[in-house]
Ligand binder design. Structure first.
Ligand code: FAD
Length: 460
């Protein structure tokens, strides 16, 4: 690859791009990476990390309320949004610098530029420079989508802006039913906002197990979040310093902010993909094979831009596998089965594997084990809350194929349950594991009685 300026040119310094660049450099490649905004990408700058920091902030509210039943008197607690945002920004800046240092140490050259492809080996930088590369990796992530255009859409914010609001919204309307909408509903409600969640579908969290969806909705409503389904925002009107969200059901809600969290789309616009011979899949993501190779043989794509499973650890895996495949002499395909995921709502959702509906469509027999119970902490706090734990089991092989939890610590529990599910653990293995008492997780190994059992419905 002596004829090229570099062996690898990476477009996008997010989760996937940074990992790929570092590992490729460690394999001996000459690597250059272009980032148009900030190193770290969505996850670090305006996704997982700042979101989780805001989630932590929002949970103190419930803790203060719960404390009374344990004998505490908490003096009037007040909250300062600018302090939270400034502290969050400081941590994000630290992380961004750490990403830069890691890349520099690995020998990756970083350019703070937008890059666009001119052909399959050439990229144009916004500085005017051009880069000729043997291989190119597209790791440009995704961007928030707004859905259909509606009057007044320009007044709406997305999650990008939510992290930087100058003033805390006392009333907010959030449109969307996915995990980002639900998480921000919890964040703003916990911090003291009146929150209305508006979703056009029949229930929040499409794609999750149906019992998780109904259970979480009830929990959100019990915490004061108003959930309106089967409806959408039809127009937004500015009324002085506030906004009026006109709903498709004819109602109107006044709010300080209107937020759209209606899904994200692969970041492929004006990238020069056509010029480089890179095809898109039907869903709008870059089409790739199992090694993340695109239709152009020297161009690969990883992460959200490929719209496979849009999560940070998946983008990192894909970036690492790409570098091992192309520069490490070790062809590696990423296994996308049984990827655990969470919703950092209040209470949390953790899930891995098949939902009940998915299992019943593919398994000869599906057994369900379910427990709904009041957590120990709620006995003294007096909070009206329930934990849901559900195991989906292949009734023929006894394998646990799905684990779904709603409750405090669900994400931490499911990260570990995912090891067992990935290893192919059976229900008998779960039963043979001695409980750790007193925990909520012990329920996972003590559910002995099937709550339901289904034979596969005959195909029509
Ligand atoms: C609010 C929110 C919360 C989330 N929470 C979670 C969570 O809890 N857990 C989880 O696993 N995932 C979460 N995600 C998803 C996660 O952030 C993404 O899956 C992950 O960041 C994808 O990594 P990526 O490398 O594909 O893209 P990104 O991290 O988006 O990085 C792409 C980078 O490319 C840059 N770029 C784009 N075009 C160009 C160009 N032409 N030239 C130069 N640079 C360019 C962008 O500026 C960006 O920095 C969340 C996302 C959001 C929005």
């Amino acid at each position: 690859m002596a004829n090229y300026d570099v062996d690898l040119f990476v477009i996008g310094g997010g989760s996937g791009g940074v990992r790929a660049a570092r590992i490729a450099a460690e394999h001996g490649a000459r690597v250059k990476l272009a980032e148009e905004y900030r190193l770290g990408g969505t996850c670090v700058i305006r996704g997982c990390v700042p979101k989780k920091l805001l989630v932590y902030a929002s949970r103190f509210h419930g803790e203060f309320e719960d404390a009374a039943g344990f004998g505490w008197t908490v003096p009037h607690a007040s909250f300062d949004w600018p302090t939270l945002i400034a502290n969050k920004d400081r941590e994000i800046a630290r992380l961004e610098a750490a990403y830069g240092a890691t890349l520099a140490k690995a020998g990756v050259e970083v350019v703070k530029n937008r890059a666009v492809l001119l052909d399959s080996h050439t990229a144009q930088l916004s500085s005017g420079d051009r880069v000729r590369a043997g291989y190119i990796l597209i790791a440009t992530g995704g961007t928030p989508g707004y859905g259909d255009h509606i009057p007044g859409l320009e007044h709406a914010i997305t999650s990008n802006e939510a992290f930087h609001l100058r003033e805390f919204p006392r009333r907010i309307v959030i449109q969307g039913g996915g995990y980002i909408a639900v998480e921000f509903a919890g964040i703003f409600a916990g911090l003291g906002s009146h929150v209305t969640l508006v979703y056009r579908g029949e229930n929040i969290l499409r794609g999750f197990d149906h019992e998780v969806r109904t259970h979480l909705r009830a929990e959100l409503e019990a915490r004061g979040i108003k959930v309106i389904t089967g409806c959408k925002i039809a127009a937004i009107e500015k009324a002085g310093a506030h906004f009026a969200a006109h709903l498709s059901n004819g109602n109107q809600i006044s709010a300080d902010q209107v937020m759209f969290a209606t899904g994200r789309k692969p970041n492929v616009a004006k990238l020069g993909l056509k010029e480089a011979g890179v095809d898109l899949a039907k869903d709008g993501g870059v089409a790739v094979d199992k090694y993340s190779r695109t239709s152009a043989e020297n161009i690969y794509a990883v992460g959200d831009v490929t719209n496979r499973i849009n999560l940070t650890p998946v983008a990192i895996r894909e970036g690492h596998a790409f570098a091992d495949t192309v520069f490490g002499g070790k062809p590696t395909a990423v296994d996308h089965a049984n990827v655990p995921t969470a919703v950092f709502s209040e209470p949390e959702v953790g899930t891995v594997g098949l939902t009940e509906t998915q299992a019943r469509a593919v398994l000869g027999r599906t057994d369900i084990y379910r427990a709904v119970f009041k957590p120990l902490k709620a006995t003294l706090s007096g909070r009206d809350t329930r934990v849901l734990m559900k195991l989906v089991v292949d009734g023929m092989s006894d394998r646990v194929v799905g684990c779904h939890i709603v409750g405090e610590g669900a994400a931490e529990m499911v990260q570990l349950a995912a090891v067992a599910v990935k290893m192919g653990a059976s229900k008998a293995d779960f039963d043979a594991t001695v409980a750790l008492h007193p925990t909520a997780a012990e329920e996972l190994v003590t559910m002995r009685k099937k709550t339901a059992s289904y034979a596969r419905e005959a195909a029509e």
